[in-house]
Design a protein around this ligand. Structure first.
Ligand code: UFG
Length: 322
């Protein structure tokens, strides 16, 4: 297939582009490099620098030659979305609306979208399946939910095949591609920076949650497994249908368990202190990914947290040593 990957210079997008190329697909990456890195665009992909808003102008008549699009380009910082909701409306909702419209007009038949567990907000019960109520608690989650709705509409209206993949907590590295946010807020990369001595102590946000050890529980999923789901979604997408699938392993790890795994993998002792809760963090987010298994035939190949941490560590330790 000829596939357009928006956000293909970012963490999940670059790994997805790499796996598409490995599988023999022709890949064009569209990325404005606002958070991604040009050197993360995998060898073998064509790179187009620009915003998703301008896909029609940037790609012109070529747009019609794509068999599918994987749309990952987005602003994705929860805290920033609370401070600057307008940016999330403009970047994520308006940008996606224009892109989806351009794809539909050009007759690109399949769209796979990076949605998120953040659409569910504070869940009523776990594991969370796709029929759980969607009540996002921040503008980031709201923006992704709005795009899920757009994809539902366009599937019905234009007979496009659309898939929303709702990621839980993505971790690990693949083919030399890992998490490199300029503004890091995620637990595992922060813990690895601390293990490398690139930062001093680190903080656990809240120890008074209703969980076994009082810290938040999350469902971590390897970035290579997330990328694999996009390939399957492109293959299994059906015209006129909007399929929504959660992507997680179905098992939860607390913040303390994650930090213990980081210590075990790196052989370093972390300097950890406990602070208050971070606003907007649900206590427990664990996926039921039964639908992805059933509809896409998706089976995560790297479900162990220690493997995710070890893969991320290999990459950051190698870069730190340079
Ligand atoms: N945490 C710490 N200390 C840190 C960083 C994080 O204790 O320095 C905790 C958080 O409070 C949370 C857990 O570690 O309990 C995981 O936090 P991350 O920031 O790594 O991930 P989130 O669960 O907040 O974020 C993920 C996705 C987002 C998505 C969100 C939905 O990365 O894209 O789930 O809630 F929006």
């Amino acid at each position: 297939m000829k596939v357009l990957v928006t956000g293909g210079a970012g963490y999940i997008g670059s790994v997805t582009a790499a796996r598409l190329i490995e599988a023999g697909h022709a890949v064009t990456v569209l990325d404005d490099l606002s958070t991604g890195h040009a050197d993360a665009v995998p060898a073998g992909a064509r790179f187009v620098h620009g915003r998703v808003h301008d896909a029609a102008e940037l790609l012109g008549a070529e747009l019609a030659s794509f068999d599918g699009a994987v749309h990952l380009a987005a602003a994705s910082l929860v805290a920033e979305s609370v401070e600057n909701p307008g940016k999330y409306q403009e970047n994520n909702v308006v940008g996606s609306d224009r892109l989806i419209d351009a794809l539909a007009r050009a007759g690109v038949g399949r769209i796979v979208f990076s949605s998120t567990a953040a659409v569910y907000g504070e869940p009523e019960c776990v594991p969370i399946d796709e029929d759980a109520p969607c009540r996002p608690v921040n503008p980031y989650g709201e923006s992704k939910l709005a795009i899920d709705h757009l994809l539902g509409d366009v599937a019905e209206r234009s007979r496009l095949a659309t898939v929303s993949l709702r990621y839980f907590n993505v971790a690990g590295a693949y083919a030399g591609l890992g998490e490199r946010h300029r503004q890091e807020s995620h637990l595992i990369p922060i813990a690895l920076q601390a293990a490398l001595g690139q930062r001093g102590d680190m903080v656990i946000f809240g120890e008074d949650y209703p969980t076994p050890d009082g810290t938040c529980v999350r469902d971590y999923i390897h970035v290579a497994d997330i990328a694999a789901a996009h390939l399957l979604a492109l293959e299994h997408a059906r015209p006129g249908v909007h399929l929504i699938c959660n992507l997680g392993n179905g098992s939860g790890y607390s913040v303390r368990e994650v930090l213990a795994t980081v210590e075990q993998v790196t052989g370093r002792v972390l300097d950890v202190r406990v602070a208050g809760r971070r606003a907007g963090d649900p206590a427990v987010l664990v996926a039921s990914a039964a639908r992805a298994r059933r509809e896409l035939g998706w089976v995560p190949e790297r479900p162990e947290l220690s493997v995710m941490v070890a893969d991320a560590w290999k990459l950051v330790a190698a870069k730190g040593a340079r």
